[in-house]
Write a protein that binds this ligand. Structure first.
Ligand code: 3H9
Length: 693
């Protein structure tokens, strides 16, 4: 006994062999780990002194799944199925000892063990669905045999991490051992199994729960119906459901064959490729090449927010949620009161849905203080300005903050488009100034664009990134340019969507194509939701655009019951004859001829200029890497994750094709449209954005 290879070893504890995996960071099932487990099992079985085996991991977690970095490469033996067989068919009982997270292939490995013990903090889950996959090592066939098809459906389609207590109750675990005593607890359990001569219990043979669901197709029909909206566009949830159906209706080995076939279909498809890319993109985005992990940070013990409107209030909630006191400043008492009222209502509705304890509503509210004086922000470590989008107003606020707020604090602006460098000039400490662009509603939306201005210091950047993580956001560090990354790309799409209205497409034609593509809504539905009057003023309005005319008619979007669309009392949208007439009048005035615009053209005209704009953003070094742009668009604008973001989508379509189409559309794209040299170069070289290093 001893080391099997660099990442596994086998040691004896009396008559129990302990097979330990030590493959940081998460003990993923790489070829070496698989090989070590198979060989370790062979050794343990061959050793007559061994009566049982404990499978345990060093480091922060039990096996967290297959090694995703190996996906898409030629398979190397032994396979995960070989690992599962080696364990399940062992002539000696195998006990999985779980801490951290037993996920995906990790849980599937544990399900091949004859018994499972865990510490109270451990979690079990099959999160493959988030990678556009399904558990491909028997998980879909074994899980329902333990927890029943209904719970299995929930687990495989949500990918949820189930805590130890719930896992014990569901039968996924056999015993919970004290925290910090996993090895001893698992050994004691193994000795019990030996002493009691417990059988080699195999999950594959447990048929009671699946048999009970046979002949009840409504279980699946109801589940599909209840989740249709959530699963829209995604392949993996449906494939997972089909596997659980197979577990119910077919013998085990046939179920495994179905699982394998469907797994391979997903694995070789574009959706999973996109979702796997996003998995790594979400981790990359935190890495800032010139701001290393050990950069000094600023302790943020109190946050100040200027503006208690929708944005300011939402931002405040993020900090109160993690126990940081927040001072809110408004110009008028009634605005402050209104702001506090909205925050309370939000918390109370969360509590009503059972997602927050009533006492926590009060605890969080107690962390908020309000004032009409900027002076109340003097002792804050971070101040976020969330006032009106107007450069003069912002500069005035920052000038005042400079003389009020203590030195060493971070001065942030929540601007969504304005020049943060210019805002910083209003202070004598531009190194302390940064953009923190939250997305509305700020307490819900996951994205935070952190805008690095020319002089922003590294500690200010490092602190902002760290804080973003603490409040549960995903942050992308971007540079200064009008609209930053997200809105700049949005403008590129908006321009085309508007232009197509003058060529014969109606707003609902454009919206439908983007909705079918997987966006939550199209550009015109989005304008109606946000309000057409953002940036519009009655005095300056000259009926010069469709939007101006709509606003002048008091069709200012959903809030007024009409905008591009007509809305009923339930806010269901209907194509509007009024809007159609306005558009046609404009076309007639301009002498424009309506033509039939195909769905394909709508999609290309909307998305390819976005890809082009993304390439320009990279040329200008506004984003660190293409995948950061994708993270922004997935988390801030609802780009379907199974299409990987606009840049990944460009790679999928082929940059050569994108460029060729953009050239073909030529003048239709507008006088201001220019091709990105970077995009052209990548296309000419047959490269992808992913090839950029
Ligand atoms: C599967 O199992 C398929 C099978 O059903 C069938 C096969 C036939 N592989 O997230 P973190 C890296 S599919 C490779 O920051 P945390 C990650 O990239 C798999 N690498 O830590 C990061 O690298 P870096 C099903 C992986 O503590 C580092 O580890 N399993 C893998 O916040 C730390 O990760 C899953 O989907 C992996 N499987 O969270 C679980 N996992 O430092 C995926 C992580 O260079 N993993 N890395 O950026 C997770 O959910 C989280 O990593 C975990 C830890 C909760 C485990």
């Amino acid at each position: 006994m001893g080391a099997i290879n660099a990442v596994t070893d086998l040691t004896a504890q009396g008559d129990v062999a302990v097979l330990t995996v030590n493959s940081p960071p998460v003990n993923a099932l790489s070829q070496q780990v698989r090989d070590g487990i198979v060989k370790g099992m062979q050794q343990a079985i061959a050793d007559s002194a061994v009566k049982a085996v404990v499978l345990i991991c060093d480091g922060r977690t039990f096996i967290a799944g297959a090694d995703i970095t190996e996906f898409g490469k030629p398979p190397q033996s032994p396979s995960l199925h070989d690992v599962c067989d080696a364990i399940e068919n062992s002539s000696k009982p195998v006990i999985a000892a779980i801490h951290g997270t037993a996920l995906g292939g990790g849980l599937e490995t544990a399900l091949c063990c004859h018994y499972r013990v865990a510490v109270p903090s451990a979690k079990c889950g099959l999160p493959e669905v988030h990678l556009g996959l399904l558990p491909g090592a028997g998980g879909t066939q074994r899980l329902p045999r333990i927890v029943g098809p209904e719970q299995a459906l929930q687990m495989v389609t949500s990918g949820a991490h189930v805590d130890a207590k719930t896992s014990l109750a569901a039968g996924l675990l056999d015993e919970i051992v004290p925290e910090g005593e996993l090895r001893a607890g698992a050994l004691a359990y193994a000795k019990k199994v030996i002493a009691e001569k417990r059988p080699l219990r195999k999950v594959r043979d447990m048929n009671e729960k699946v048999a009970a669901a046979r002949g009840k197709p409504e279980i699946f029909a109801d589940f599909r119906k209840a989740n249709a909206r959530k699963f829209r566009g995604f392949l993996a949830p449906e494939y997972n459901i089909r596997c659980i159906e197979a577990a119910v209706n077919l013998p085990f080995d046939q179920g495994i064959a179905t699982e394998r076939k469907l797994f391979m279909e997903l694995m070789t498809g574009t959706q999973s490729a996109a979702q796997r890319y996003v998995f790594f993109a979400e981790r990359q985005v935190w890495k800032v090449p010139d701001v290393p992990d050990d950069t000094a940070t600023i302790a943020v013990k109190k946050v100040g927010i200027i503006g208690a409107g929708t944005m300011g209030g939402g931002i405040a909630m993020n900090f109160a949620n993690i126990g940081i006191p927040v001072a809110l400043v408004e110009t008028k008492q009634d605005a402050l009161d209104r702001g506090f009222g909205v925050i309370r209502k939000n918390y109370e509705s969360t509590a009503k849905r059972g997602k927050l304890k009533p006492e926590d509503v009060e605890k969080r509210m107690a962390l908020l203080s309000g004032s009409l004086q900027l002076e109340s922000l003097a002792d804050c470590d971070l101040v976020i300005e969330a006032v009106f989008e107007n450069m003069d107003v912002k500069k005035e606020v920052f000038g005042k903050l400079d003389s009020i707020v203590k030195q060493g604090a971070i001065l942030a602006t929540n601007t969504s488009a304005l020049d943060v460098n210019e805002i910083a000039t209003a202070t004598k400490r531009p190194d302390a100034v940064i953009g923190l662009h939250f997305f509305s509603p700020a307490n819900v939306m996951r994205l935070l664009e952190i805008v690095r201005a020319q002089k922003t210091s590294k500690p200010v950047i490092a602190t902002s990134m760290q804080l973003a993580k603490k409040i549960g956001k995903i942050a992308a560090l971007v540079g200064v340019c009008p609209g930053f990354v997200g809105n700049r790309i949005l403008y590129a799409r908006q321009l085309q969507a508007q232009a197509m209205l003058m060529e014969g497409a109606m707003p609902w034609d454009v919206d439908k194509v983007l909705y079918d593509f997987g966006m939550p809504m199209g550009p015109f539905a989005m304008s109606d939701l946000a309000g057409l009057d953002i940036g519009w003023s009655k005095e300056k309005s000259k009926s010069s655009t469709v939007r101006e005319v709509l606003c002048e008619m008091d069709r200012r979007g959903q809030k007024t019951g009409a905008g591009f669309y007509d809305y009923d009392a339930e806010r269901n949208a209907k194509p509007s004859p009024v809007t159609e007439k306005i558009i046609k009048d404009f076309m007639a005035k301009a002498g424009a001829q309506a033509r039939k615009i195909t769905d394909q053209e709508i999609l290309e005209r909307c998305t390819y200029p976005m890809i082009n704009e993304g390439a320009k953003i990279l040329e200008e070094k506004i984003a660190i890497r293409p995948s950061d742009i994708d993270i922004v668009w997935i988390n801030g604008y609802g780009w379907p994750v199974y299409r990987g973001g606009p840049m990944f989508y460009g790679d999928t379509v082929g940059l050569k094709n994108v460029v060729a189409k953009l050239k073909e559309y030529g003048p239709k794209l507008g006088a201001g449209f220019t091709l990105s040299p970077l995009l052209e170069q990548l296309a000419a070289e047959g490269k992808r954005f992913q090839d950029l290093k």
